[in-house]
Ligand binder design. Structure first.
Ligand code: ADP
Ligand code: ZN
Ligand code: MG
Length: 622
């Protein structure tokens, strides 16, 4: 039931050049290493042993290293310098699941002997050339005085924020009450681990913060560290993307080793989606580095033990693209959702950022908060900072209302407009649209109750109306489906009734899509048509290719009737929604007004505003 704003495709672009600068040099070093490796050691085949044997010998302390790639283990025995055994984990099992005690050996994500012999041969044959180019390259680099930089590329660049410096607490994070509550618990884990272990509770290792950019995910993570008074190591997933195979994994290893030394502490992985995308989803390879880095993170997380007390917080704005392996129990199994702030929270955030600035008494932060709908916390911080800059430039000693207005205009509407502040007209359209969904859903007898309505953009949509199913349901009836269709049309129809039939907007795009899919499913798979009652038809969804290959199991005549049936359901839903909205215009207006004022309205308030709405006979079910 969401309203999608129409936005031209604007993809963020990344600066690719940075990583390329060291490319030649590092490639040479790697190649060189490979050649030396090949010259000094003949790779011998690994002996395969059952995983149970491996567990036993590992926990016995017989191994020095275990390298993991997906479920293959390559084992180096103590006293040997390369792997001589291999074994396989059971599908989907982690080292821990199998019973390995990770303290007894060192864990590596990259296989130790992954180099194939063709590579080595190629390397050997161009050895002299490599040598000469390498020397020239090295001389050039030293001439620029940068030669030593490349020597530390395997070390983690994680920034450590100590306890004293730049400490952040929850006081600096305004709004986000639910997120703060969830994270309060993490603070407790860090401060009093014994309390939880005493009663046998498993302390979570990973917490995933999900929310759009600039909503304070980094800030909240630092606040957790600040509140618990523990060190905070931060690293960004995007740092790994353009590196060479093995470097990311070694940085991760280094980072976790550092963290364990400093426990209790927090590791913060920003933009984890950059390394944590579903594996094997890319087109045409080139993802080795990413996968190894991800594998290493998983290996490290599985590796630490209960008493270790290192908690990994990770941030992303795309939880849907993450590899499911990251979300398994014992990894990032807690999620904290952070949304864009509503009006009340925006005002609180503005207050935090104007707190230490000299502000004239006439500055009205409340109305600024109202105007800035759609802004993130970072946008608001930016407005506060711009206000101070503008005030200084205008020679003011305190920030005036005029400075603030100018700052808002620059950030929100100016040339470098970054935030997506909603115009008054868009806000009103969204409010009518969402009120339409809520009203129709509230009035129709077989719809679920409204849970919450908001006109704050969320996950790419202009607003959302949530309905909660009262309890877990096994079956859905035809009348329930029809009410779902009608309330789904409620947004578009509210626009049509209020704005006029030719002033409808793109905001209903995804509603119409959902309605069309549901209606087709009802006819094709559930036998819920009028002419086509109790018959099902081989569905014709799926990939284009499949559809072309598999021949349809019904005639063109039937296909036509299916289309008519679908059309009939949609039309009926629109008519019912229209009847409800026209019969309750004053209720629609009242809910719209409340939405414009508060932006988010919960179930009780919705019920209060909509109490006494009429169900017109033409919209009732028969
Ligand atoms: P994210 O990591 O979600 O992209 P950040 O934590 O980097 O967002 O936020 C950027 C800045 O925006 C913060 O440093 C802070 O100044 C401001 N900010 C964001 N959310 C809030 C908030 N809830 N309260 C106060 N300031 C905030
Ligand atoms: Zn909608
Ligand atoms: Mg951030």
């Amino acid at each position: 039931m969401d309203k999608k704003p129409f936005r031209p495709n604007r993809k963020p672009t990344k600066d690719n050049r940075k990583g390329m600068k060291n490319a030649g040099f590092i490639a040479l070093v790697v190649l060189f290493g490979l050649i030396i490796f090949a010259a000094t050691s003949q790779p011998s085949p690994l002996k395969q042993i059952p995983v149970s044997t491996a567990v036993q010998q590992a926990n016995d302390g017989q191994y020095s290293k275990i390298a993991v790639k997906s479920n293959e283990l390559q084992i180096t025995k103590k006293g040997e310098d390369k792997p001589s055994l291999k074994s396989y984990l059971e599908p989907n099992a982690t080292l821990k699941d199998q019973g390995f005690n990770a303290n007894k050996f060192e864990l590596l994500a990259a296989p130790l002997n992954s180099s194939s012999s063709t590579w080595i041969n190629a390397g050997l044959s161009i050895l002299p050339l490599v040598f000469i180019v390498g020397i020239i390259f090295f001389m050039l680099r030293s001439a620029q005085g940068q030669g030593n930089q490349a020597m530390s590329f395997g070390k983690s660049k994680a920034k450590l924020y100590g306890n004293e410096k730049g400490k952040v607490t929850f006081n600096e994070v305004a709004g986000s009450e639910e997120a703060k509550q969830d994270l309060e618990e993490v603070v407790e884990f860090l401060k009093f681990p014994k309390k939880f272990e005493g009663v046998g509770a498993r302390i979570p290792k990973g917490v995933l913060l999900i929310g759009p950019p600039g909503t304070g995910k980094t800030l909240l993570s630092r606040a957790v560290a600040g509140e618990a008074n523990v060190p905070f190591f931060s690293i960004s997933g995007s740092e790994f993307v353009e590196m060479f195979v093995g470097v990311g994994a070694s940085r991760v290893r280094d980072l976790f080793a550092k963290a364990k030394k400093n426990a209790p502490c927090i590791i913060f992985v920003d933009e984890i989606d950059a390394v944590g995308r579903k594996r094997g989803s890319g087109m045409g390879g080139g993802h080795d580095e990413r996968e190894q880095t991800l594998n290493q993170i998983l290996v490290e997380m599985d590796g630490f033990d209960q008493g270790e007390n290192v908690i990994v917080l990770a941030a992303t704005n795309r939880a849907d693209v993450l590899d499911p392996a990251l979300l398994r129990p014992g990894r990032f199994d807690r999620r904290v959702n952070i949304g864009l702030p509503d009006r009340k929270d925006r005002e609180a955030i503005l207050k935090v950022h104007f707190k230490n600035k000299p502000v004239s008494k006439n500055v009205d932060l409340d109305s600024l908060a109202a105007k800035a709908a759609g802004s993130s916390g970072a946008d608001l911080a930016n407005i506060a900072n711009e206000s101070a800059i503008i005030a200084a430039r205008n020679g003011h000693t305190e920030i005036s209302q005029h400075d603030v207005t100018e700052a808002f205009e620059r950030v929100a509407i100016g040339p470098e407009r970054k935030s997506k502040v909603m115009s008054e007209a868009d806000k009103a359209t969204t409010a009518y649209h969402e009120a339409g969904h809520a009203l129709v859903g509230h009035v129709l007898p077989d719809s679920d109750p409204v849970h919450k309505v908001t006109i704050i953009p969320r996950g790419g949509t202009g607003g959302v109306t949530w309905f909660i199913p009262p309890e877990d349901r096994m079956y859905v009836s035809l009348v329930q489906f029809k009410d779902v269709l009608a309330r789904g049309m409620g947004g578009r129809i509210a626009e049509e009734v209020i704005l006029g039939k030719d002033r409808i907007t793109t905001g209903a795009g995804s509603d119409l899509q959902n309605a069309a899919e549901l209606a087709r499913d009802m006819i094709v798979n559930q036998g819920m048509g009028t002419k086509l009652r109790d018959q099902v038809f081989k569905s014709d969804d799926g990939m284009m290719m499949e559809r072309m290959m598999s021949d349809r199991q019904y005639s063109d005549q039937t296909a036509k009737i299916i289309d008519e049936e679908v059309e009939g359901l949609i039309k009926e839903a629109a008519d019912r929604a229209r009847a409800v909205i026209k019969a309750n215009l004053s209720k629609l207006e009242a809910l719209k007004d409340r939405l414009l004022e508060k932006e988010t309205v919960d179930s009780e308030e919705v019920a209060e505003i909509l109490a006494g709405s009429k169900l017109p006979t033409s919209a009732a079910q028969y």
